[in-house]
Design a protein around this ligand. Structure first.
Ligand code: ADP
Ligand code: ZN
Length: 298
């Protein structure tokens, strides 16, 4: 690729839109955060940001559910989100119509995964899971070098989990009584223990239980997808004491049934996100680069 191309990158989240310009090496050149309110209010500001420079393509990692299937006529449409104003809104179409450049779009979690696979801790790997544990829980999945979409996209954050004995908390997910997100996302921690997660840092029972649920979910993902590495990001994972607990529990849950070199090196098998919370926006740069390259080879 010739030098000095600039790419647009958008991390479209439920609370904010992170807009950035990036170069072909994933370096972020300029970044701005815009609150996510309604499309009518938010998108003109997003577009104004991207109009400041001549970009070759734009990539977006978007909150879901969102139609990200390559050949879908509705590609880019945000689906049944609780953010009602965005329901049915086609964010990729707006970017494409207004900016007139190729648009790459994927889920926010696949975007973060792509950032880590391209620029971060999973470089060179082809089978990777990225789990974010924050306001919600989601997982991006790469299998055989491909970001997985399936009929829509996976919703691994809503996998059913066996409840830990003695945990009486009802669960926070309105759809499922005992799913991963409902039992273990930040708001579930806060409701169960009566305080925001970050104020519970010193309470070992909180993180013991949290690690237990995360380990059960990881074990299921290991059994189903056989990833080479699992990356954990999101606000809750800033509690670093979770990592050794999770690793021990995953080993216990697997029960010796799977034996590989990667699993024996559990400290490099289950790892924190490596890009200082920029994995999402850097992944969006890569989505833009890929969209650009596809457009010139078409
Ligand atoms: P979002 O998921 O909304 O994009 P985050 O990944 O920051 O944003 O997740 C926010 C959630 O993570 C909140 O529920 C918050 O309580 C929790 N959280 C944020 N920072 C920390 C921290 N340092 N320790 C524990 N929990 C945190
Ligand atoms: Zn659920």
């Amino acid at each position: 690729m010739e030098m000095d191309r600039i790419f647009g990158a958008l991390e479209a989240g439920g609370t904010k839109m992170v807009c950035a310009f990036g170069d072909e090496n994933g370096n972020i050149l300029e970044q701005q955060s815009i609150p996510t309110t309604t499309p009518g209010e938010t998108m003109p500001r997003v577009l104004d940001f991207f109009r400041k420079k001549e970009i070759s393509a734009i990539g977006a990692g978007c909150f879901g559910p969102v139609d990200v299937r390559k050949n879908s006529p509705a590609r880019g449409t945000i689906l049944d989100t609780p953010k009602l104003a965005w329901r049915g809104y086609n964010i990729a179409k707006t970017l494409s119509d207004e900016l007139r450049v190729p648009v790459g779009i994927d889920t926010d979690v696949n975007g973060s995964l792509l950032g880590e696979v391209t620029y971060g801790t999973a470089r060179g790997l082809t089978d990777v899971v990225y789990i974010t544990i924050g306001t919600g829980i989601g997982a991006g999945i790469m299998s055989g070098g491909k970001l997985i979409h399936g009929m829509l996209h996976p919703e691994a954050g809503h996998m059913r989990l066996a409840r830990v004995k003695g945990d009486e908390y009802a669960g926070k997910c309105p759809y499922h009584s005992e799913c991963f997100e409902g039992l273990a996302a930040g708001p579930a921690i806060e409701e169960r223990w009566g305080k925001p997660a970050r104020e519970l840092a010193g309470r070992s029972e909180v993180w013991e239980l949290e690690a237990e649920y995360i380990a059960r979910a990881i074990t299921t993902l290991v059994m189903v997808l056989s990833p080479e590495r699992i990356i954990l990001g999101g606000g809750v994972m800033h509690q670093e004491q979770l990592f050794p607990l999770i690793r021990d529990k995953v080993i216990r849950e697997i029960g010796g049934y799977i034996r590989t070199d990667r699993l024996s090196d559990i400290d490099s098998y289950i790892v924190p996100a490596s890009l200082n919370d920029d994995q999402g926006i850097m992944g969006a740069v890569k989505l833009a680069i890929d969209a650009y390259e596809e457009s010139i080879t078409d």
